[in-house]
Design a protein around this ligand. Structure first.
Ligand SMILES: [Zn+2]
Length: 321
């Protein structure tokens, strides 16, 4: 990131801090300290995430058929290419693609668990300094993209068409934008913690206070507490599977050809079902692809295990049309 890109990241995080009363982002004071560190050349660029443009529009997030085909060599059929992308990730066995619906739901849930495990291990890597900020960011983009493709394809039960891949691109870009802000926050809060003494000293000087060892240590202690923990990073990273779970259900119901089918929303979330999910259940039934989708309405995002169950019921289907 260059100075302008860094400044943009800091401005967004400081705004988030105001909006959330300190729950997310960094304070103005912290943003100022970080910019000073940046200007003093004290921040290693590799520890920072990718710039916004690259993170949200770079090849790593592109799901176009050309990219998918490129992934396994030019000239191959697009369908084969998208299938290969899924298979490369290893989480979805080929046989599951033709499996009956309940089995597919089980595989989708297993893929979600695999995603959780992957992002947990990445959270561990960045917390322990085993990967640089920008590499963690890149790997997260890849994981999210793969998971979205897996779930969409699993929901559909057969390879995605070029038009379907194009439509998924919108969902992926949105996720990439959220991720960019998350990556910025992880990076700058870690930076504050790592440069705690330096930031503390500068701040004391700026405020015209005496730079004693005790004063520095007291401020530095607070700053060290600003680093995001492995648990915090993993918990937020897990949320990114919500949109993939939604894609699973949408693609799945797009395949329903019987006009007499209605959908019941069955609310089941890990660690307590949230209000939007119970409301989604209460307000059903719905027509296929209509109404709330699991993973999308859930407050817990990544905790949603809700399902949409099909039922053949001509009268109700008629009344819903
Ligand atoms: Zn739910």
């Amino acid at each position: 990131m260059n100075r302008d890109q860094f400044l943009d990241a800091l401005a967004v995080l400081a705004r988030r801090f105001e909006e959330t009363e300190g729950a997310v982002g960094i304070s103005q004071e912290e943003a100022r300290a970080l910019l000073e560190l940046f200007d003093a050349g004290a921040i290693n660029a590799g520890q920072l995430p990718l710039p916004f443009e690259e993170a949200t529009r770079g090849s790593r997030v592109t799901l176009t058929p050309e990219r998918a085909a490129g992934a396994i060599g030019a000239g191959e059929a697009v369908e084969a290419a998208s299938l290969a992308v899924i298979e490369q990730t290893g989480a979805v066995p080929a046989i599951a693609l033709n499996a009956p619906s309940q089995q597919r739901v089980n595989v989708a849930h297993a893929a979600m668990e695999a995603f959780d495990a992957d992002v947990r291990s990445l959270a561990q890597d960045i917390t322990r300094g085993a990967v640089r900020g920008q590499d963690w960011h890149s790997e997260m983009i890849v994981k999210i993209r793969q998971h979205l493709l897996q779930q969409a394809q699993l929901g559909k039960g057969s390879p995605l068409t070029p038009a379907e891949l194009d439509r998924l691109q919108g969902a992926m870009e949105e996720q990439a934008q959220f991720l960019k802000r998350f990556a910025d926050e992880v990076a700058v809060r870690n930076e504050l913690a790592e440069s705690a003494e330096q930031v503390a000293e500068r701040r004391l000087r700026r405020e015209g206070r005496e730079v004693t060892e005790e004063a520095v240590e007291e401020l530095a202690e607070d700053l060290r507490g600003r680093a995001m923990t492995e648990d915090e990073i993993a918990a937020r990273a897990r949320q990114y599977k919500g949109s993939s779970y939604r894609a699973f259900w949408e693609k799945s119901e797009e395949q329903v050809e019987n006009d007499d089918v209605i959908i019941r929303y069955i609310a089941i979330d890990d660690s307590g079902t949230c209000l939007p999910c119970s409301t989604a259940e209460d307000e059903g039934p719905y027509l296929p692809t209509r109404g709330p989708m699991p993973g999308a309405v859930c407050l817990g995002g990544g905790h949603c295990r809700c399902v949409r169950r099909r039922e053949v019921n001509p009268e109700v289907a008629d009344s819903l049309r």
